[in-house]
Design a protein around this ligand. Structure first.
Ligand code: M6R
Length: 497
């Protein structure tokens, strides 16, 4: 049969039609034959013009959710968010399942071998149906400002204020495998990968378990070694990122315990993992991830401290002190948000930059990567994040007065060394904007601009320091007149490779 299109969905429709015509089959039967032949991921809905009262949906490795309306109506989408305004009940199709939807009639599900399936009906989170920007001009700004409350929600029932302890049901349920893990592998993409880099530092420092962080897209194709006793953590805001889902499935097929850290409840990754922790920061609409990032870092902080306590790799005193400090983070984040006006005034200075550099060390190195990613995504200014000490191995050649350099120089173990790195940049005419801890004036003389942040333990600095960098990217993009929530070429969930 000659190909009439290069678009895979059009090719599939042609294939179904060809099978119908050449074998005298109805559309459902023809679809079952077709789907046994095709390779790859799909989520499709078919309407046969001869049967306009019937929709047929099928999925494999791509998300598809069917909302069940109260009046016999159906709603189909790739996640629960867009249908939540119409119904509170949903069915998530499994791979190779086909659903037949007829208005006013019960949902029928079969698989591609035509065996009847009985999927469970799930409740959709009611808050999903109630999404608006409120008084904010963009979802991204709203989501940045929501973060203190989001982190309170994320910690609710998990960080216990009576005795400054952490209780995680996922750790209780899989205590042995988690506490005896010989290695932890973190797989994720984009911002979630940056959260994973912070998770690595937290888990290695407090639990003394070796951690590797991998791009899910690389992990899935390099035949990774998975050893008995390995735990794989898949981090994803949407829970639908194709590469992260495939990496989690691969790890599971090789015998690892797979642990999900997701935001979207009921998402594919959360259903494919053995256990996990939802970040519970509410729906994130802005394409540039903000509150999901700090939610992921909060979950990783709770996980690291909880596991360390179980493994007795942290002293009781340090454990309680750090849990207490984690509880105080939302209030400190509120203070960090007060830098908004200063950053708004500063932003136009950077509008014409063609390249920017973000520097940090230790826990703040992933914050530098994340700050650069935010700027790239929504302002279309090229930006790179670097561990500050790596500057002298190449990137320092780029420094001149045209190059804004953002340095995360909050109080931390390596601050003295970072100060030397800042001097190196200054000596080459770099224009420095420094994030510093309030009360530390030692950076001021090298910096063109200083943004002061509240003090906290260095392991929680990312939760504070990422806030002004999110605001900076936001205000620069707004100054350039760009659509912050829907930047060009980007999708909120990357459900294809
Ligand atoms: O939904 P996920 O967390 O799996 O998404 C991963 C990345 O696609 C995502 O973080 C992306 O980098 C964001 N646009 C970052 O702002």
């Amino acid at each position: 049969m000659p190909f009439k299109s290069e678009t895979d969905s059009e090719v599939l429709v042609q294939l179904v039609e060809y099978i119908m015509q050449s074998n005298g089959l109805e559309v459902l039967e023809a679809l079952q034959v077709a789907l046994q032949q095709v390779i790859g991921a799909y989520a499709i809905v078919i309407l046969d013009r001869e049967h306009p009262d019937t929709l047929i949906c099928a999925r494999k490795s791509s998300p598809l959710v069917i909302g069940l309306g109260a009046d016999g109506d159906y709603h189909i989408a790739s996640d629960a968010l867009p249908i939540a305004a119409y119904t509170s009940q949903a069915v998530y199709l499994d791979d190779n399942d086909i659903a037949i939807l007829r208005y006013g009639q019960p949902l029928q599900v079969v698989n591609i071998q035509n065996e009847a399936q009985h999927p469970k009906i799930k409740q959709i989170d009611r808050t999903l149906g109630d999404i608006s920007k409120g008084d904010y001009p963009f979802f991204m700004l709203k989501e940045i400002f929501e973060q203190p409350d989001c982190l309170r929600d994320c910690m609710r029932g998990r960080v216990l204020s009576d005795d400054d302890t952490i209780s995680l049901s996922a750790v209780a349920d899989y205590r042995k495998q988690l506490t005896e893990a010989s290695r932890i592998l973190i797989v994720a993409c984009g911002t979630s990968w940056h959260a994973g880099l912070i998770g690595k530092q937290l888990i290695e420092r407090f639990c003394r378990i070796p951690v590797e962080v991998e791009y899910a897209s690389e992990f899935r194709y390099r035949d990774p070694v998975i050893l008995p006793g390995d735990v794989v953590i898949a981090i994803s805001q949407s829970g639908e990122t194709a590469d992260t889902l495939a990496a989690a499935e691969l790890a599971r097929s090789k015998g690892a315990l797979v642990f999900g850290i997701c935001n979207a409840v009921g998402s594919s990754i959360s259903r494919q993992t053995h256990t996990g922790i939802y970040i519970h920061v509410g729906p994130e609409i802005g394409v540039a991830s903000t509150k999901a990032f700090t939610g992921q870092v909060t979950v990783l902080s709770m996980l690291a401290l909880c596991l360390a306590h179980e493994r007795k790799t942290i002293s009781e005193a340090d454990y309680h002190e750090l849990v207490g400090e984690l509880r105080r983070i939302p209030a400190k984040m509120e203070t960090a948000l007060q830098t908004n006006e200063l950053i708004r005034q500063l932003a136009p200075v950077f509008t014409y930059a063609r390249n920017c550099l973000y520097l940090g060390r230790g826990y703040n190195y992933p914050v530098a990567l994340e700050g650069a990613l935010k700027l790239k995504e929504i302002s279309y200014i090229h930006a790179e994040g670097y561990p500050a000490a790596e500057m002298k191995h190449g990137p320092i050649a780029l420094i001149d007065s045209e190059m804004p350099v953002f340095v995360i120089a909050t109080r931390e173990t390596l601050l003295d060394k970072l100060r030397s790195n800042i001097q190196e940049v200054k000596a080459r005419g770099g224009r420095i904007t420094a994030l510093t801890t309030v009360g530390d004036n030692s950076i001021r003389r090298y910096a063109d601009h200083v943004i002061e942040l509240p003090d906290t333990h260095e392991c929680f600095q990312p939760l504070i320091a990422s806030v002004p960098l999110q605001l900076l990217a936001y205000h620069i993009a707004v100054s350039k007149g760009l659509d912050v929530d829907y930047p060009r070429n980007l999708a909120k969930s990357v459900t294809v490779e």
